[in-house]
Design a protein around this ligand. Structure first.
Ligand code: G4F
Length: 333
């Protein structure tokens, strides 16, 4: 019989790639969607018809328990979270409730339902924060620097405590930045890919950026969801750092994306202080050796390959007027 997987945050970037992977592997896939976000189901495109959607209030423990009891999932992937880090400063408590509250309510639903469900918690490299060593691995101390990171860390420890107390198969994937053409344009990779494509097509003539010296370990979302799945198929429940192990600056990111369309970025990019961050960190880079060794996981898409994928997709979308250009987005914001 097909295994059932329940995914929270199914309409996000990772939800899409993970659903696609699980459907390809013969799973019955169910997704939780917050009551007020049902319109976002359109983001699942052709996958939507193959997914069982459960509309719930993520703050409603009884509703979550009812869904878990009804579906009896073999695997739960808890991906739901507001993921744009600066927003967490506007609503620290709301962030904590959504991130930690959802993880805790789901874990408790599994306990109350008496199931033997394997549980994946989407943790973040942001939890490492102000690091004193690079690269980071599973033994690096956590020093979160913003409400988002603190909330993710709380959720991570809640999962660890449930694993220890109840002997569950629960894992945390500590993921570094992972991107794709499905990334929303407020994140830097998509902002840049959309700008490069918009400028190439004559739809815009400049790009306002934050810190060009900031560095990140950028991987492909499709590769990272493969790691999530492998964690839940392993013999033992363990936590893993997932990233490419390569650090690139925002400046390199911009140069590489503009190169994809044959443009010299220095003619178009200006720094606007409104995009600078006071909680910036510079050296978050993964040591993914444990995942490579124990899960046989290896990223397949390079930094350059990722940006090419994103820029080409944005060119295609702009040409078919499927998305607004970067200039239109700025005008409306
Ligand atoms: O794309 P970003 O906004 O992603 P960030 O903050 O690193 O967070 C992402 O990755 C985390 C780790 O996996 C996740 F936990 C989190 O949920 C999210 O997925 O910014 C990346 C970098 C930052 O250093 C930022 O300061 O790009 C720098 N940057 C420079 N100019 C900019 C800009 N970021 C944005 N969004 N916009 C700019 O104009």
């Amino acid at each position: 019989m097909a295994k059932t997987a329940l995914i929270t945050g199914i309409t996000g970037q990772d939800g899409y790639y993970l659903s696609r992977l699980l459907l390809e592997r013969g799973y019955r896939v169910a997704g939780l969607v917050p009551l007020h976000r049902q319109s976002s189901l359109a983001k699942l495109g052709s996958l939507a018809s193959q997914i069982e959607v459960c509309a719930v209030d993520m703050r409603d423990s009884a509703a979550l328990l009812a869904v878990v009891e009804q579906l009896q999932p073999q695997e739960i992937y808890n991906l739901a979270a507001p993921s744009f880090v600066p927003d967490s400063w506007q609503d620290p408590l709301g962030t904590l409730d959504l991130v930690t509250g959802t993880a805790t309510r789901l874990l408790e639903a599994v306990r109350l339902a008496g199931l033997n469900t394997r549980f994946y918690q989407a943790s973040s490299s942001e939890m490492f924060g102000q690091v004193d060593r690079s690269p980071q691995d599973e033994n690096t101390p956590f020093r979160p620097m913003n409400p988002y990171a603190a909330a993710k860390l709380h959720a991570h420890w809640t999962m660890v405590h449930h694993r220890q107390r109840y002997g569950w198969f629960a894992c945390s994937g500590i993921l570094y930045n992972h991107e794709s053409p499905r990334r929303p344009p407020n994140f830097v990779t998509r902002k840049v890919s959309l700008a490069a494509a918009s400028i190439k097509l004559g739809l815009s003539d400049r790009l306002e950026m934050g810190n060009l010296d900031a560095k990140r370990d950028w991987g492909y979302a499709g590769d990272h969801v493969e790691a999530m799945w492998r964690m839940l198929q392993a013999d033992e429940p363990e936590d893993y750092v997932i990233g490419t192990g390569q650090l690139h600056s925002v400046r390199e990111l911009v140069a590489t994306a503009f190169e994809c369309v044959g443009l010299d970025w220095t003619r178009y990019v200006v720094v606007d202080p409104k995009f600078l961050r006071s909680d910036e960190h510079f050296y978050l880079v993964a040591n993914p050796e444990k995942a490579k060794r124990q899960l046989n996981w290896e990223p397949q898409v390079s930094f350059e390959g990722l940006l090419e994928k994103m820029v080409l997709k944005d060119l295609e979308r702009l040409q078919s007027a499927e998305v607004p250009s970067i200039a239109q987005i700025e005008q409306n914001s």
